[in-house]
Design a protein. Structure first.
Length: 404
């Protein structure tokens, strides 16, 4: 039950005051009456709101479930997903040489394979953007290359992502929760610095790669908020997630250790905070206040114990933003995870729902969700991926619809 106590309280006081005036009671009697009411209402307030914030608007309602038949050909883990022309295009975490195509009923209807070597070789790609079925952009971030191909694998154009005359590059970091986007003749690739950003005191902006598709010119843009630059950001702390809202021409950004949501005006190169609403599920994020250890184990041990904000998605059909949270592990569980990281990061996941103006509307735990990159949005709702136990031939996507 949603009770807006401030509104209820003010209305009740006004009503009692009016009644007392009508009856022309003594002021002392009125004061005693108001004190009793105040104590009663505050008791209800604290007894009903001791653990969670229950005054958000609306709720997420479960809908249908789509089973994806993998047909022994596709891994159960997806690295990148894009919905295009009523089809769902996916790459999986074990094969970065093909794109799998599913229909809206979950049937695998096609597999587009690309060449690793040869005249049309692109190596192993991570991240893609389908502009149309004859213009598909693939990123080989290790080689600093962007390829324009068709779905038959023919390379039509190659772009060098390493900016000319620079010693410090920017590495494209493309996932479902941080996809490429195209504005006119410019293609934008979310990225991360080639070198830990604190080393050069954050003076280099390396979080967004701008590629001019007409003249192949490359620019690096977007840095970190002022309050984050005083720390030794590294690894997971230095990553960011983003989504582009074509209606408002704004890039919305989720920095993992920062509670705030940000927006970036690409044309004006202006970064600004749009929401500081705190999550009830994030207890504490400890920033790295000292230079990170030379030991990768110690760095990772510190990072996996932190709560992090992850992917951010814009739902154009409902004008909503979805932001995800990954809870940190206990130190004991973190050590177990680092002993066998191939099992994946097993941790609680939560979703935050914002309206178009970045007001926080709702928060909820997603008990089956393993990663926030296995997500897509259709006209009929948000879909989150889950795995079936002891069945590697199928996965499911659960529909959620936000109702105010």
């Amino acid at each position: 039950m949603i009770i807006y106590f401030p509104v209820f309280y003010k209305a009740l006081i006004k009503a009692i005051t009016l009644i007392m005036r009508i009856k022309q009671l003594h002021n002392n009697c009125l004061l005693k009456c108001l004190l009793i009411i105040n104590t009663f209402v505050l008791t209800i307030l604290f007894s009903c709101n001791t653990d969670t914030k229950d005054y958000y608007e609306g709720k997420l309602v479960k809908g249908k479930k789509i089973d994806f038949d993998l047909a022994d050909k596709v891994s159960t883990g997806f690295h990148h997903i894009q919905v295009y022309d009523s089809l769902i295009f996916c790459t999986n975490v074990k094969n970065h040489l093909s794109i799998n195509v599913f229909n809206l009923e979950g049937d695998l209807i096609d597999i587009h394979r690309f060449n690793a070597v040869g005249p049309d070789g692109i190596g192993r790609f991570k991240g893609f953007y389908i502009h149309n079925l004859d213009s598909v952009f693939l990123v080989n971030h290790h080689a600093f290359k962007l390829y324009l191909v068709n779905l038959e694998g023919k390379v039509k154009m190659t772009y060098d992502l390493r900016k000319k005359d620079t010693d410090i590059g920017s590495i494209a970091y493309i996932t479902t929760g941080s996809p490429m986007f195209k504005v006119d003749n410019m293609l934008y690739l979310p990225a991360m610095p080639e070198i830990e950003p604190y080393i050069f005191n954050y003076k280099h902006k390396r979080l967004l790669i701008e590629v001019n598709l007409q003249n192949s010119k490359v620019q690096y843009k977007l840095g970190y908020p002022t309050q984050m630059r005083k720390y030794f950001l590294h690894g997971s702390f230095a990553i960011k997630y983003c989504c582009y809202n074509y209606e408002d021409s704004l890039l919305t950004i989720s920095y993992p250790p920062d509670n705030n949501l940000y927006a970036y005006d690409v044309s004006k190169q202006r970064l600004f905070s749009v929401s500081d609403s705190e999550s009830q599920y994030v207890d504490h994020i400890e920033y790295p206040i000292n230079k990170p250890s030379n030991s990768s184990y110690e760095r990772n041990l510190f990072a996996v114990q932190q709560d992090f904000f992850t992917s951010i998605f814009y739902d154009k059909y409902r004008e909503l933003y979805y932001r995800f949270i990954r809870k940190g592990m206990s130190k004991k569980d973190a050590k177990k995870h680092l002993q066998n990281p191939r099992k994946g990061f097993v941790s609680d996941r939560y979703i935050m729902v914002y309206d178009k103006d970045f007001n926080l509307l709702h928060e909820e735990k997603m008990p089956f969700l393993q990663t926030s990159r296995e997500v897509f949005i259709l006209q009929d709702g948000l879909y989150l991926k889950g795995n079936y136990e002891n069945n590697e031939d199928k996965v499911f996507f659960q529909q959620y619809i936000y109702h105010r």
